[in-house]
Design a protein around this ligand. Structure first.
Ligand code: SF4
Length: 202
């Protein structure tokens, strides 16, 4: 649940925090704030549901998203350009009420870009991603977010059948290959957390 206490906790860790009632309000804020910037996107159903890529492109931003490579570039070329963007935007698989931000990745680009190399990183996090503590946030990332993503990607993994549980598989198509936990705000980069009081992504 998005509470004043959670906001205060994140602020005490050095994050900038904004809370929005709707994804529409959050999208309008980001579109206004990032006008004209160069922006890299991580793979994210949250950002898809917000329609943020299209809005930023309309505002004249240079947006690099491997889900929508442009100008004949490959996904990897687009990932590399996203890595050089001034700003990076991602969601999170889970945020604990203690402020830990957890992400799981297959390629690892989203994890590395959220840790280092940009002037500013934004995390956009819907209310469904909040978990009580670190253990339940990790559980959520592994057993809720990842199986649903495997299902969405039509992966041949045991979790993709019902999308309800991780089997810690050894499948060649396993999507969970790396984990990042931000215990608190990393040094040397500005971070802004956008909390949205709606369900967003997985
Ligand atoms: S480790 Fe395998 S079974 Fe578990 S969520 Fe990832 S892909 Fe699915």
């Amino acid at each position: 649940m998005i509470t004043e206490k959670l906001k205060e906790k994140l602020l005490s860790m050095g994050y900038t925090v904004k809370v929005f009632d709707t994804k529409k309000d959050a999208t309008e804020y980001l579109t206004y704030t990032l006008k004209g910037e160069s922006v890299g996107f991580g793979g994210s159903m949250t950002l898809t549901e917000m329609g943020l890529y299209e809005k930023l492109c309309d505002q004249g931003c240079e947006v690099f998203w491997h889900w929508k490579p442009q100008d004949g570039r490959t996904q990897n070329e687009t990932r590399a350009l996203a890595g050089n963007a001034k700003v990076y935007i991602s969601s999170a698989n889970a945020l604990s009420e203690n402020g830990e931000i957890i992400n799981i990745d297959g390629t690892g680009n989203r994890l590395s870009e959220c840790l280092y190399g940009h002037e500013k990183v934004f995390f956009v996090i819907g209310q469904n991603k909040i978990a009580e503590d670190y253990d339940s946030a990790l559980y959520r990332a592994r057993n809720v977010a990842s199986p649903k993503n495997a299902q969405r990607m039509n992966r041949k993994t045991p979790c993709a059948k019902d999308g309800n549980k991780c089997y810690d598989c050894n499948s060649p198509e396993r999507i969970c290959r790396a984990l990042s936990v931000l215990w608190t705000k990393p040094m040397g980069c500005e971070y802004e957390i956008i909390l949205v009081k709606e369900d967003l992504g997985y």
